[in-house]
Design a protein around this ligand. Structure first.
Ligand code: ADP
Ligand code: MG
Length: 248
């Protein structure tokens, strides 16, 4: 079993995940330091979403260990609710509650999960909505917002819980091209503020400019990783080169 090492926010070791006979993750080792931004790239079906979903235990790993902020998530007795509070996740589809206002979307988990008072939750929600540039939409319903605004609300909702780690799974892939920039700008400023982030993305310019490390996955393994300049501009592995030729 892995030892907790305080210098890391996330420690993933020997992670395997199968769905029936399909082995999707085949031994992932990845440690992430506080404030580090790790962009995960790779072809469709390579296991990127499954990796993120294992990190906040939306999927149960088949084998291996995941430690987040000292919580051994893969321990049978782990307090998953407590551990999950440390982790914010933003999906490709924004998953806002359509029958609730923006403000209610951002306060409900603060109240139900963290037990914050209505006034505290509202204050924090408005601060976070302001940070992502949609405070003026607080009393609207999500359907009145553009996709980019909805995704920024989803980011504010995650941040309002005070996570130490943010997971993003292709946060801009469902957006019209002209709306992608605003979401990336918010993510960039979050990175500048020192948030620890794992970002699955096809936005190679974002990966190049914002990531501290780029991880290239294929077939359920990490094929290559390193600083963006090495992985994106001087890839050592043929599989990485083939992938980059297709997307760049
Ligand atoms: P990526 O995000 O890199 O496109 P995924 O992690 O979504 O890859 O999927 C990797 C593989 O696992 C795919 O073959 C996919 O069909 C399969 N898979 C993902 N989730 C499930 C599931 N819940 N049940 C069965 N197969 C799954
Ligand atoms: Mg995916």
């Amino acid at each position: 079993m892995s030892e907790y090492d305080e210098q890391y926010v996330v420690q993933i070791s020997g992670l395997h995940k199968s769905f029936g006979s399909l082995e999707v993750l085949r031994g992932i080792d990845l440690d992430i330091k506080p404030g580090e931004v790790v962009c995960v790239i790779g072809p469709s079906g390579s296991g990127k979403s499954t990796l993120l979903r294992c990190v906040n235990l939306l999927e149960q790993p088949t084998r291996g260990d995941i430690i987040v902020e000292g919580f051994l998530l893969t321990h049978p007795d782990a307090n998953l609710d407590l551990a999950r509070r440390q982790i914010g996740m933003v999906f490709q589809q924004f998953n806002l509650f359509g029958h609730m206002t923006v403000l209610d979307n951002v306060t409900i988990a603060q109240r139900k999960v963290l037990g914050r008072s209505e006034s505290d939750a509202k204050k924090i929600a408005l601060e976070q909505l302001d940070k992502v540039g949609v405070a003026e939409k607080a009393n609207q319903y999500p359907s009145k917002l553009s996709g980019g605004q909805q995704q920024r609300v989803a980011i504010a909702r995650a941040l309002a819980m005070g996570p130490t780690l943010m997971l993003f799974d292709e946060p801009t892939s469902a957006l019209d091209p002209e709306l992608v920039g605003d979401v990336l700008t918010v993510m960039r400023s979050l990175a500048d503020d020192g948030m620890t982030m794992m970002v699955v993305t096809h936005e190679m310019a974002f990966a190049r400019d914002v990531a501290d490390r780029v991880v290239f996955m294929d077939g359920g393994v990490i094929v290559e990783e390193g600083p963006p300049r090495s992985v994106l501009e001087e890839p050592q592995e043929q599989r990485t080169r083939t992938f980059l030729r297709r997307v760049l």
